[in-house]
Design a binder for this molecule. Sequence first.
Ligand SMILES: Cc1ncc(COP(=O)(O)O)c(C=O)c1O
Length: 359
Amino acid sequence: MTRIYNFNAGPAALPVPVLEKAQEEMLDFAGNGMSVMEMSHRSKGFAEIIEAAEAGVRRLMGVSDDYAVLFLQGGASLQFVMIPQNFRRDGKTADYINTGSWSSKAIKEGKINGSVNVAWDGKPENYMRVPRQEELNLSPDVEYLHICSNETIGGIRYDTFPETNAPLIADMSSEIMSRVVDVNRFGMIYAGAQKNIGPSGLALVIVRKDLIERCPENVPIFLRYSTHAENCSLYNTPNTWGIYILKLVTDWMDSIGGILAMQKINEEKAGALYDVLDSSNFWNPPADKASRSIMNVVWRLPNEELEDKFVNEAKKAGLVGLKGHRSVGGLRASIYNAVPRQAVDALIAFMKDFEAGNG
Ligand SMILES: Cc1ncc(COP(=O)(O)O)c(C=O)c1O
């Protein structure tokens, strides 16, 4: 068996010990005589899995009882829809910051059936940075402020999060559990699982319980956070397999030493890669230094031909997933929690050779 170095943006690399554990338990999960995929979501066996998954999230991220931890479907994209429906009551406005493709999508959904104030727009600057606090045009009386804490496509992230009087809601899809975050600063944090914490088709939602109560009566039952909170994410059949893998990922995170230990590893990996990108004019990382993501590292080469060549030769060298998002082109290495340091070192060695041959 050959495992290649996987820099996909999502679905993305999963920790090998997680895959091995899932393989080991595939035919007979914990003496149940069947795989997790074949178990009833109402069974005692699955209850133990979902409780352990929730406990893992709470333990690692320090989530208090003031918050509900939910496992939903529809990816992070359904959250773009549910957030305004649940939290923006009649006639009220919500603040959004536009730092890239994902916050733009959230804004588009937010504008359907209600009022949105774009408190800062990074589009004129090609989404190369996140805003400074003093640049924000926040509204005085809004239901929430929505941000995308790490823009997967542009490769930018907030070093420190914006200050606001309204509940702060963050799409953390591409950086959840990659660095220490004070959950208490947020009204809600959500993430599609497929980058750092599991397979696709599962969204993790951490939401303050008092906000859940705000939901207007005319919101469809399935789209209310209260429905899922009251039913412990078992209102309908959840993504049982995804929740199981997420639980295994939290076990693996514990074995690494938790999020702080992971953050240190992530900063070292990203630092090593940015050092190469800063070492010569051959590489052109567009993101402002202060906004650089430690999960999605984006750069350009002198021309598109060279970028194609880079992707093709990297693939032959066992390094895959390095093409930038189709909407922006260029190159991108997604170096999520499960991407080992060896993968980054292999990429760096390849980059140095590539520069020597083409620079
Ligand atoms: C930051 C961010 N938000 C939202 C999404 C959409 O997630 P999903 O495909 O789970 O709906 C993505 C997907 O890549 C993302 O990177």
